[in-house]
Design a protein around this ligand. Structure first.
Ligand code: FES
Length: 340
């Protein structure tokens, strides 16, 4: 069953539902109705309530957290269609070099299987008051961005442009949907062939600040570029989201200690682990969600030490006294003293 919303009712949802809670909806298990390869290494899972009940309404940018067969808890953006109530859909990229969650999900989950849902939120909502939007997706980061485009296409008096960056056509999720959408003329798809020097030049898009809100989801290279190019924009108009494992790809990571005076602990953070992971292992509870420095959940007070800030959420004036422990590290290998 598909519930079709009118323009005004859908817009009302965007205005009022920047978040939703699966816990409050008493929903904790979804069944895989369909599993479908949609691009190279990318699989779409269609999820339903095993009882056949309608699923809660969600808004573009929302994500759910799944427990994979291997026991990993992972967050995945819902990717649409945004009007559907009979199912939700996620798209997952199999990362053989990752921490095992995507491999476990893609290799170990089949149609008819049940998946545990541990919660959900929308930490990457569309700005309800904005009438202009710039959507930038890289790789599997297209999932929330595609949902945003579907939503915005239904909104009267709202304009958007969408930029999709990927290696090649075979690696582009939802390629045919984007090419055939009634709003395909608002979409620019760019393939770099895996060569960073051929990346889409976004400077013409971001050179002149406007009233538009900018949303970017993708690999950190893309998000770093957008972050750097939008430094002259009002900070509240720039939004990022990523669920990547951001401690990978930092070849220069070094080991350092964190000191926790309130807990009476001193922990060593090795190059391949985040502060957050080490805190968890030591039984120190810190809220977290994206684990990629974009949601703002894991902010911790910084008492002393020099931080290499790798997040996308702390304001410049917050950086002296706070750290996002899922991604940021010691700047020079010296100890960091945290308010924990
Ligand atoms: S968990 Fe989201 S910013 Fe750290």
């Amino acid at each position: 069953m598909i519930t079709v919303y009118t323009f005004s009712s859908l817009w009302a949802l965007v205005l009022t539902m920047s978040s939703f809670s699966l816990a409050t909806a008493a929903l904790n298990t979804l069944q895989v109705r369909r599993k479908q390869r949609i691009a190279r290494d990318i699989v779409r899972f269609e999820l339903i309530d095993p009882s056949g009940a309608e699923l809660p309404v969600w808004t573009a940018g929302a994500h759910i957290r799944l427990v994979t067969p291997g026991g990993h808890t992972r967050s995945y953006s819902l990717c649409g269609p945004v009007q559907a109530r009979d199912h939700w859909a996620i798209a997952v990229k199999r990362d053989a070099q990752g921490r095992g969650g995507s491999v476990s999900l893609i290799d170990g989950v089949h149609e008819g299987d049940n998946l545990a849902i541990s919660g959900g939120d929308n930490l990457f909502p569309l700005e309800a008051q904005a009438q202009q939007h710039i959507l930038i997706a890289g790789g599997i980061g297209i999932t929330p961005i595609y949902a945003m485009a579907q939503t915005l296409a239904l909104m009267p008096n709202t304009s958007f442009q969408m930029y999709v960056c990927s290696r090649d056509a075979e690696a582009t999720a939802f390629l045919s949907e984007l090419q055939q959408a009634p709003w395909h003329d608002r979409v620019q798809i760019h393939h770099d062939g895996g060569d960073p020097s051929q990346s889409l030049d976004l400077w013409p898009v971001l050179e002149t600040p406007s009233a538009a809100h900018v949303y970017c989801c993708g690999p950190h290279g893309l998000m770093d570029s957008v972050h750097d190019m939008s430094g002259h924009w009002p900070a509240h108009q720039i939004h990022f989201e990523s669920f990547g494992a951001t401690n990978h790809g930092w070849a220069d990571n070094q080991s350092f200690d964190v000191v926790l005076p309130l807990s009476g602990l001193r922990l060593t953070v090795p190059p391949e682990r985040s502060i957050l992971e080490c805190l968890r292992s030591a039984g120190v509870a810190v809220p977290s969600s994206c684990e990629s420095g974009t949601c703002g959940s894991c902010k911790v007070g910084l008492l002393s030490g020099e931080v290499e800030h790798r997040d996308m959420v702390l304001l410049p004036e917050e950086r002296a006294a706070h750290i996002m422990v899922c991604v940021s590290r010691s700047h020079s290998g010296g100890p960091l003293e945290l308010a924990l």
